[in-house]
Ligand binder design. Structure first.
Ligand code: ZN
Length: 658
């Protein structure tokens, strides 16, 4: 590990001590071998002025919710230093008392909650304190030979056995430094947890961290090795959908299943010993809230029902029963990491962000486990210590459990056709706003740039080509693990096509895109939807089916065709729990089907203004693509759980339909 310190860059932050604290914290946050996803914390002791202009000594410590990589001055909470140090002198301090007292010592009551290690930071006498959970050092401590190895590599460090973080750890360190002056040591190694370095100079504290980590890395390079092979196997995506379904049922809500097929993930999954070595525990207990204590090991070809997940759930319940001490409520028993033999590693989560964090930790873990195994044997903390952290209130608080309404489609995967504009585009937005990961298909390549943020992805796809549809659908499954919602929306409309004017070309084109492409998309997605969570197919029909008008023969026939297709699908798929429903929109003018010119022509036909034409319905309402998108999103939700084969108009009320 190399020091990233630059005197030149540091000078830009050197307006005060907190500025320097921001600079070197970012350097630590920059390297994921030092800290990952909000892990680690830093502090600086300085003086500031209180409300009355008096100079007070404070501890600026990382606030919870901030990541070292992106931290700013506002991410540090200022605590009254002496009073914070006094807390370490308490014989005992409960978690609620510690949280309350630390909040009471904040200079600004609206500052973020200070790190759970705040008291420890206050206790160490140096100005700058750096703390990381670096893989390399923790890996050396997860070993039956840890005492010997750590002594050999860190003869100039204070090495402390594992205790629970928070007040107990602060107390352990504060007692230890009464016996041994920390200034005689380069740092403090906390077994199975991490490392502290410190100095009155930001640069020295940071570079001590780099030096200690480098030593651990050098030891690993000399004595350690990883075995990961690189063979590549094909995976059956239907198996992936089955696994993801079983995990979702175990968690009680839809989960994304993000498969990592990197050579290193596949190689690890193929190790003969993988079930043994990966089931001994995490790198550090801090990871347990993200990944659970151990992953689930899934066979190469999971059978129907994936018994591995059932066994994992039983095992988790047993672990809970064996370790619970107070009246605790069991968390969900579903795995977060799956090691799928010969296929790779799967991260299960409710959002892409959660999956990405889990995937990162899984990658670091499989590396550390192999290294540990090669230097004397991987040995994580006993299950009871991991349990204590998993069920520690202050740790659970890090997940930021919000009391906000759970989004209806959280953890679900949706495909919407004709997504580049109009109703398709609005439906993507409506589904994504409710938490779904949405893939929009369109023949227009602009769909890629139209979508692509806030949980949406645009894929160029020719819906008149069955192969192209199959490739797109498989791509979706390989990215997210399954499929729950399909919205068949793509359609074209050619006004003024009377029957006697229709050419074979336009007739076939309209039927191919509006009708047959709907069948193609349904045929390609149904096998996956059968393993979806509360799966639902939605068909965008048209008022023209119920109340046709002259001059749109092929369009009306195509919409009648997909309506009939949907009704048959509702009959065929009910036994698999797949709901199939239809909306019949009318007069939705903010779509690609309508131009200013066609609007003006239609209004002129009735001898009314465009504005009057737009609201020519019983309710006198303007109907937008967003209205239709929201209706479709609601129909995919559990509000419609008992409805299938329904046809719902969204047309402002039409006397010909009613
Ligand atoms: Zn820590």
């Amino acid at each position: 590990m190399k020091s990233l310190w630059s005197d030149e860059a540091a000078a830009a932050f050197n307006d005060d001590e907190l500025g320097m604290r921001v600079y070197s914290s970012k350097l630590l946050g920059f390297d994921e071998n030092l800290v990952m996803h909000g892990g680690g914390n830093t502090s600086v002791k300085a003086t500031t002025e209180d409300f009355f202009g008096r100079t007070v000594e404070v501890l600026y410590v990382k606030g919870s919710g901030w990541d070292l990589k992106t931290i700013e001055k506002a991410g540090f909470s200022a605590l009254k230093l002496q009073d914070t140090q006094m807390l370490a002198e308490c014989a005992t301090l409960s978690d609620p008392d510690m949280t309350q007292q630390l909040r009471a010592l904040l200079l600004d009551p609206s500052a973020p909650s200070p790190s759970v290690e705040a008291i420890l930071h206050a206790t160490l006498p140096s100005k700058f304190i750096d703390h990381t959970h670096t893989d390399a050092i923790v890996t050396l401590s997860n070993n039956p030979q840890a005492a010997r190895i750590l002594k050999e590599v860190f003869p100039d460090c204070l090495i402390l056995p594992y205790v629970m973080p928070g007040f107990i750890l602060s107390k352990q360190v504060s007692d230890a430094i009464k016996r041994d002056d920390p200034k005689d040591y380069k740092g403090i190694i906390l077994m199975h947890h991490g490392v502290f370095t410190y100095s009155d100079e930001a640069k020295v504290a940071y570079e001590s961290m780099i030096e200690l980590v480098s030593r651990a890395e050098a030891y690993i390079t000399e004595y350690g090795s990883t075995l990961a092979a690189t063979a590549e196997h094909d995976v059956d995506l239907l198996d992936l959908a089955r696994i993801r379904n079983a995990v979702s049922l175990a968690r009680g809500e839809a989960q994304l299943g993000v498969l990592d097929r990197s050579p290193d993930a596949q190689g690890y999954s193929m190790l003969e010993t993988v079930a043994d070595i990966s089931s001994r525990g995490p790198i550090t207990p801090d990871h347990v809230i993200r990944t659970k204590r151990i992953p689930v090991i899934i066979d190469t070809r999971p059978a129907k029902g994936v018994p591995e997940i059932d066994r994992y759930v039983t095992g988790y319940k047993q672990y809970f029963e064996e370790n619970q001490t107070a009246q605790l409520q069991m968390l969900d028993p579903a795995p977060r990491v799956g090691i799928w033999r010969s296929a790779g590693s799967i991260a299960f989560g409710s959002s892409l962000r959660e999956c990405s964090i889990i995937s990162d930790i899984a990658r670091h873990t499989r590396h550390a486990v192999q290294i540990g195994e090669s230097i004397g044997g991987w040995q994580a903390l006993p299950a009871e210590d991991i349990f204590a952290l998993e069920y520690w209130v202050l740790e659970q608080a890090k997940l930021g459990k919000s009391t906000a309404r759970k989004k209806q489609h959280q953890g679900k995967v949706a495909i919407v056709s004709g997504a580049c504009s109009g109703i398709g585009n609005a439906t993507c937005e409506a589904l994504a706003a409710e938490g779904a990961v949405v893939v929009g298909l369109d023949i227009n390549p602009e769909v890629v740039s139209q979508l692509g943020c806030d949980g949406t992805l645009g894929l160029e796809c020719d819906l008149t080509n069955s192969k192209a549809i199959a490739v797109a659908v498989d791509h979706v499954i390989s990215l997210y693990g399954g499929l729950d919602i399909v919205v068949c929306n793509a359609g074209i409309f050619k006004a003024g096509e009377r029957i006697e004017e229709h050419t074979e070309l336009t007739w076939n084109q309209i039927l191919d895109i509006n009708l047959t492409a709907t069948q193609r998309l349904m045929t390609a997605t149904i096998p996956y939807l059968k393993w979806g969570i509360a799966p639902s197919i939605l068909i965008v029909g048209s008022r023209n089916y119920v109340a046709p008008g002259p001059g749109a023969a092929a369009y009306s026939v195509s919409k009648a065709g997909i309506t009939q297709l949907a009704r048959v699908a509702a009959l065929e798929l009910a036994a698999d729990g797949i709901r199939v429903n239809i909306v019949h929109p009318d007069a939705v003018f903010d779509t690609a089907l309508w131009t200013e010119e066609t609007l003006a022509r239609s209004a002129a036909r009735y001898d009314i203004s465009v504005e009057e034409y737009k609201t020519k319905n019983l309710l006198g309402k303007t109907i937008t693509a967003a209205n239709v998108g929201r209706l479709l999103s609601t129909m995919a939700s559990d509000v419609f759980t008992a409805t299938t084969g329904a046809q719902i108009p969204i047309d402002g009320g039409n006397d010909r339909v009613i």
